[in-house]
Design a protein around this ligand. Sequence first.
Ligand code: PLP
Length: 409
Amino acid sequence: MARKNQHYQKLAAGYLFPEIGRRTRLFQEQHPEAEILRLGIGNTTEPLTPSVIEGLHDGVSRLASLETYTGYGDEQGDLPLREKLAAFYAGRGVNLDADEFFVSDGAKPDSANIQSIFSRDCIAAFQDPAYPVYVDTNVIAGRSGEFQKDTGRYEGFVYLPCSRENNFFPNLPEQKVDLIYLCSPNNPTGAVAAREQLASYVEYARRNRSVLIFDASYAEYISDPALPKSIFEIEGAKECAIEINSFSKFAGFTGVRLGWTIVPKDLVIEDSEPGEINHMWFRRQTTFFNGASNIAQRGGLAVLSDAGLQECRELIQYYMNNASIIREGLLSKGLEVYGGSNAPYLWLKTPGNMTSWEFFDKLLEEAWVIGTPGVGFGPAGEGYFRLSAFGHREVVETAVGRIQSRLKI
Ligand code: PLP
């Protein structure tokens, strides 16, 4: 008799985006004249750049001829792409072997799947607020108890609150935890971890034989040279960290699908030898995954070419100029704004102690603008609100103009 994975039943209802949709539809029905603008979505909007398009076309052309056609490739990614990634990291002073890189179809699947190579009784700790995939996949894997409605937390998980009091970087866990999810630049807060902050977590993880699962999906948005783009810029991190990254926000590959995960051979946990965790991820990927699209991987090579990198930098600059426009607009209204300097997200404190949802309704009703309630990313997000810099310039400018002229604060 087949039975369900009971852990799915523990998941708190996927409330955030359906509820945003419901409230938006209702408002639109009541105000058919309202042209609603979205500043809430973490999705890229601008076209791929010329070198990348050329790389993707090259990938397609190769499939058209007998001499260059390829079918299945290595599940962990084509060697030229893994070597190019290793060279990309070497360029910022991080030396890793090509066989420490695992190419994938994106950071979401990798950040969801990575927990599967660790024991179910590991204690998992999460930045709060955070990208919801980390928590939900650990619930599905059975690492939590029940969801507690009053606290917005799952029993058995350790929450690491990030607020203005700690500059949105979590204090070290007070107890011993095993898996620690960190994301920098952070979605949703837009905070970027400083070198010393990451070093404190590396020191904690080495001392406790825990693993840092470091999501660097927005690393290319960092322009301040003092801020690390990779956890492996921190001494000792190879012994205790896994890094997950993506071409999605780096190069506009949200729909193309390509990412990578680095599992260093030096990584050791309580019951493993050096190389063992690297091999387990290899085993996991070669068993459950059949490799990223060969066309997408040609696109990835093009991103990492000199011309590709230059073009992607300009693409990122476009979004970061949006971030500045939003930031300036909000500040001119006297709002308390965080992020948006080395990250494409802005995190604002709701005025007058409004809840995240109260501010959502206010922004929609007064400015016809949609954002994302901070509480949707975790209980510590209550009283905050996320705006995203991903959008066409005209939309961003119009939305900010409306916030400035119509929002009553
Ligand atoms: N990690 C974070 C922190 C994200 O915000 C996102 C997407 O919004 C992802 C991962 C997903 O990346 P990908 O498109 O590579 O699956």
